[in-house]
Design a protein around this ligand. Sequence first.
Ligand code: 13P
Ligand code: SF4
Length: 370
Amino acid sequence: MTQVLFDYTRQDASGASRIEHAWARVPRAPAPAERAALKNRAKALLAEHGAVLVAHYYVDGDLQDLAQETGGCVADSLEMARFGRDHAAETLVVAGVRFMGETAKILSPHKRVLMPDLEATCSLDLGCPPDEFAAFCDAHPDRKVVVYANTSAAVKARADWMVTSSCALAIVGHLHERGERVLWAPDKHLGRYIQAQTGADMLMWNGACIVHDEFRGLELELLRREHPDAMVLVHPESPQSVVTQADVVGSTSQLLKAVVDGTAREYIVATDNGMFHRMRQLAPGKALIEAPTAGKSATCKSCAHCPWMAMNATQGLIKCLETGRGEIRVAEPTRTKALGCIDRMLAFVAANPAALAQPQRGFVRNLGSA
Ligand code: 13P
Ligand code: SF4
């Protein structure tokens, strides 16, 4: 087990921000000889408990493979929510970070939702404390409250809309067309990107993803010179200097689709490198290059891998199924209140499937002048 410490930005109700510290305890990787046995044990337990594994693209490759091999899913946060809601299994095992487990539970209160490690959180969630957020909303009652999925159930309970990176642009665009002013939280980079694309009036919370915040525009420019034909794929939690260089900006599923469908041979990818596992499986033969982060030398701080996603391991999955520990609970009335903003997003996406198409070259490169 390795304990890693991180800085993250936390805003308060007045709009002021300060730096706080958080930790993640990352389990040791099993030895190659152990991995097959662990996977077999996990498969047997999933079957025994009638459970289905819902995994995010950033978690360990063995967990992603387990989900694929056992009828579960590997997906972005929107698709994880829909899959968990629609699957008949009575037990969902969510491999990802806490907000993903909470969303599954909010949507399916009668199902048991387990997670390999309940302490796996997210800097965006940590940086948006519910009480401070509620006070901030109270101070701006004239705005529609739109929150990113990467928030606690209590923050969602205060929101009008939840969005994920795959549909945020379409939903805020829709609100803007209706003349609504938006209070946006917590990711400042995603918020700024959407604001520039839509022209919406958005009051921003000051939060960031500690992983994507590390991608660097200047170094990306230099890398692009070395690979002039490479397509640049960027998750919108990245800084503006990186987003402006993208050929495609999108959620994890949208970036995966861009690699699978793309005609280029090389792809520079600015997102958590856990994503490369599925990209390599679905687009063999294409060259994937990690976008540069703040310090190549360095610590895990700039290793382009989320420490909280890394807390998910096959051993943890086995333990939660064996012991029943790691169960997500969302108390009432928070659950019912949070359900409103999630259901609104899911209804919008169901009615507007084109909303999930990712922006392409040209559209994105206009960002600088928007
Ligand atoms: P996606 O919705 O794109 O999967 O993003 C979730 C996330 O946490 C990215 O850092
Ligand atoms: Fe949160 Fe960033 Fe980790 Fe995604 S990658 S879960 S946004 S800290």
